[in-house]
Design a protein around this ligand. Structure first.
Ligand SMILES: [Zn+2]
Length: 71
């Protein structure tokens, strides 16, 4: 994932640093919009992306699990 992609993704999670809601850009203390999301927000976005990947791969295994339990 490149930096621009991660910054775009950052906008899908709230910012723990400045409290920007999902879909809103990070703000400076002065209220001016930042050019880039806060670092912690990008980290959260990366984490949520990773969690999504794990859930997705987990879901793809469910048919096997269900099959193992019920058949
Ligand atoms: Zn922020």
């Amino acid at each position: 994932m490149d930096r621009a992609e991660l910054e775009k993704l950052s906008l899908t999670v709230p910012c723990p640093m400045c409290g920007a809601a999902p879909g809103e850009e990070c703000e400076l203390n002065s209220g001016q919009p930042r050019t880039a999301p806060h670092r912690d927000r990008r980290l959260n976005a990366a984490e949520s992306e990773k969690a999504m990947d794990e859930r997705t791969s987990c879901f793809s295994q469910i048919p096997d699990l269900v099959g193992g339990i019920f058949f």
